[in-house]
Write a protein that binds this ligand. Sequence first.
Ligand SMILES: Cc1ncc(COP(=O)(O)O)c(C=O)c1O
Length: 374
Amino acid sequence: MTKRLNLYKVHMPSDVAAQLSETLHSGQIAQGPKNAEFEKRLAEFFGNDNLATTNAGTSALTLALKCAGVGHGDQVISTPMTCVATNTPILNVGADIVWADVDPRTGNISPRDIRNKMSRNIKAIMYVHLGGQPAEIDEIKDIAFEWNVPIIEDAAHAMGAKYEHMLIGNHSDYVCFSFQAIKYLTTGDGGLVLTNGHRARERIEQIRRMRWFGLDRNSYRSSTKWEADIDVAGYKMHMNDIAATIGLCQMNYLSDIIRKHIDNGLYLDEALKQVDGIQMIRRRPYTKASYWFYTLLLNTEKQREKFAKHMDAHGIDTNVSHIRNDIYSIFQKYKTALPNLDDFASRMINIPCGWWLDQGDIEYMVKTIREGWL
Ligand SMILES: Cc1ncc(COP(=O)(O)O)c(C=O)c1O
C-alpha cells in the first residue's frame, strides 16, 4: 500500500468556497443570520434548541463552568485522560481540580472514583467521552443529584454517539462540543454548548449573554439607548458568520461522516476481537460509540512500542492522541495516585477509523494488525 492511513483528516467540501464568498462580501460577517441558521440546523440535529455556538470548544467549556457558578476557591472533579482543553478552563475560572481515576477498559472517568472524591467543596463534575465512547452517564448523574452539583460533559469526541438511545448532547446540565479543524464537523474553529434539565432555557440564555460581553443582544436598542444591563462580566466567545457559513455547509455532510466513522468502528469491533496481544475497549450495550478514533489496548508498554513501529512501517498512523494531563506542571498540585490511569495510559493506542478510510483501507489495516508483530 503506497497511501498512508491517517488518524485525522479535515473535511472541507468544495461547495464551501462559493457560500463563504457570498458571506464575506455580504457586509455581515459578525454573529448574524448565518449563525442563527446554523444554530437552527444544530437544534434539529440534536432535537434540542437550548444551544449556543461559540468560537471554540474550549470557550464552550469555559462558559459552562462560569454559568454553573464555578469560581475561585471551588473544586471541580475531572478526568486527566483527555485533551488539556477539558481542564485548562477549570484553572482559568479560578477553581481547583480533583482528579478522578478512569475505567481501565475505556479510559473514561470512573463513577466509583468520582464517588470517593466527592465533598462539599466540589462544585461541578466534568468528564469526556474518550474517542466517542460514551461514559457512564446515568451513574454520574446519580452522584451529581445526591450532591446537588451540575455536570459538564466534554463531548468533543462524541458527536453522533448515543447513550440509552439518546444522542449525546441531551443528557446532562451542560454538554460541550468542538468544531475545531479535525472534528466531525469543522468551522475552522468553533464550539457549542447545549443545556438540559428544568433550567435549560435559563442557562442557555445566560450562556448567550456570557459569550458576548454579558449583554443580551436581543434586548431593545435604539440609536441612543440600549436597555440591557450587564450584571456579570462576559467574554467575547461567540461564533461569527464566517465560521457559521462553513458550519452550515458542513451540516449537509454530517450524518454521512458520522455514519462512516461508526461503520468502520463496528467493522473493527468484529474483526479485531480475537487477535493475540490486543485487548478491546469495553463497549456497554446501552452505548453507541461514534468512533472519533479507535482505541486498542496492548499487553504492555513495550508491546505498544512494537505495535506502533509495525503499523508505521506499513503506512498506518497511530498515536495516543492525548497525554494524561496530570503530568503537566500547571496541574502538579493536584497530583494523586491514579492506578487505573497508569495502566490505561501506558497500554492504549489509537488507530485510524474515520470517514476517509474505505473498506479496502480497513481490511488492509486489520490484516496488518493480525500479522505477527508480537
Ligand atoms: C476532548 C476535547 N475537549 C476539548 C477540545 C477543545 O476544543 P477546541 O479546540 O475547539 O477549543 C478538544 C479538541 O480540540 C478535545 O479533543
